[in-house]
Design a protein around this ligand. Structure first.
Ligand SMILES: Cc1cc2nc3c(=O)[nH]c(=O)nc-3n(C[C@H](O)[C@H](O)[C@H](O)COP(=O)(O)OP(=O)(O)OC[C@H]3O[C@@H](n4cnc5c(N)ncnc54)[C@H](O)[C@@H]3O)c2cc1C
Length: 400
């Protein structure tokens, strides 16, 4: 016998959990069930990211990311403070490595102004007063509202909010397939009124079961982290490079965890299957064939400068290369202080396979029966509160 759910949410990351919270808050009488294939929520990107609450100056004003990052940062900061969750409100510097990067630094400043983000353009001298180890060419940007949290702690807090509100959270329960509104899982079937797919790196595959995501595939990009030893000289403020504005990755940076540890990363290394964290873990042959053949094609044709990206990122498997790269942003980083790799994360990056382009903004598709969050990339963690409210507005329109 199938169980029933008015709203069935697939995926217990920060997006699925907040969608469940919005669904139950707006429809207290409805049954809201969230299924998560892993033993706990936040097992993938939501628990394996940098934990940075971004301020919102990277994104062009017409994007969904610009709309939600500034407010998301403020709301998640307030949430952490109210709940007593750990938060490091240490701000962030964006530094230029050479004269050529000043143009894009100025572009970020303009984007910040258009997006209503508090951002200061400062001299190299002022940058060193904020963070004595910062290296920059002529000037830098300072974002006082950027903060760092413990992402797993935040996920756990949203999970307990959801359970308290009456959301039924079923872990170890994997979406397998569907027959109409009948959803098959590894633990029985659900007759679902409305299905919301927030399955991260698997969202494209699930969307295809519903006739969506025809133009898209999700490519996994691995983010490696390297930790500085606890007794090495500290860094106070996060330091980021000027990113390549044509790509959605921010480049290797230095962040300071809520526990005060300095970490370098993440890389954006093309992975060979979707949950390819280490060694042969979570290996799936069919998945690898698809991912690797697509990556090989992008590499040969050099679509979206994939060749340069892949070569550059693969070099960062070397500890000395990582430390050297980060050393362009901060003085006095020593290889012998960086002995510990952290838990890697996988970015679920959407690619438009008809245009052969990385999708830069959040992206979703929906109809009256289902909604599919297709490109839940960074900074979706920061944006989770306003983004999921927006998604639910769209669901109310689609479902009629
Ligand atoms: C290395 C890295 C660094 C990042 N840094 C930042 C940052 O500093 N700040 C920021 O704002 N964002 C950052 N991000 C982005 C952020 O982590 C993601 O945008 C966000 O976590 C996406 O959340 P999600 O809920 O959509 O996906 P996920 O957290 O991946 O959740 C999807 C869930 O769906 C489940 N699932 C998948 N398939 C099924 C199935 N068949 N059945 C049931 N469940 C299923 C998975 O197990 C998973 O738990 C970073 C990401 C990475 C990888």
């Amino acid at each position: 016998m199938a169980e029933t759910a008015d709203y069935l949410i697939v995926g217990g990351g920060i997006i699925g959990l907040n969608l469940a919270l919005v669904a139950k808050t707006r429809n207290p009488e409805s049954s809201v069930v969230l299924i998560e294939k892993e033993p706990s929520c936040g097992f993938h990107a939501s628990g394996r990211n940098s934990g940075v609450l971004h301020a919102g100056f990277y994104y062009t004003a017409d994007s969904l990311k610009a709309r939600f990052t500034r407010d998301g940062c403020k709301r998640l900061t307030d949430y952490c403070l109210q709940r007593g969750l750990q938060i490091n409100q240490n701000g962030k510097l964006v530094v230029a490595r050479n004269e050529g990067e000043l143009k894009d630094l100025d572009e970020l400043f303009l984007r910040g102004k258009k997006n209503g983000v508090q951002l200061e353009e400062i001299s190299a001298r002022d940058a060193r007063q904020i963070e004595p180890r910062a290296r920059t060419y002529e000037r830098a940007l300072y974002s006082p509202s950027t903060a760092a949290v413990d992402p797993s702690e935040v996920v756990r807090s949203f999970l307990s909010d959801a359970i308290e509100l009456g959301v039924q959270v079923r872990t170890d329960t994997e979406y397998i397939g569907r027959n109409g509104s009948d959803i098959r899982t590894s633990r029985g079937s659900f007759s679902a009124g409305y299905v919301i797919n927030a399955a991260g790196v698997y969202a494209d595959a699930i969307a295809r079961d519903f006739g969506f995501a025809k133009d898209y595939r999700i490519l996994p990009f691995k983010g490696l982290y390297l930790y500085q030893d606890a007794d090495a000289p500290p860094v106070r403020t996060a330091i980021y490079p000027v990113p390549n504005l044509e790509q959605p990755f921010l480049g290797v940076h230095l962040t300071v965890t809520v526990g005060g540890r300095v970490k370098l990363g993440p890389t954006a290394t093309p992975a060979f299957w979707k949950e390819h964290y280490r060694g042969m873990a979570n290996f799936r042959l069919a998945e690898m064939s698809e991912v690797v053949s697509r990556e090989a094609l992008f590499f040969l044709r050099d679509d979206f400068s994939f060749r340069r990206l892949a070569i550059r990122e693969l070099q960062k498997y070397s500890r000395s290369h990582m430390v050297r790269t980060a050393g362009e942003l901060a003085e006095g980083l020593k290889l012998e202080h960086f002995s510990q790799w952290g838990r890697p994360g996988i970015r679920a990056q959407l690619v438009n396979i008809t245009k052969n382009k990385l999708v830069m903004d959040f992206c979703y598709e929906a109809d009256k029966n289902s909604f599919h969050v297709l490109n839940s990339v960074s900074p979706a963690f920061t944006c989770a509160l306003p983004f999921t409210e927006h998604i639910f507005d769209q669901i109310e329109i689609s479902a009629g």
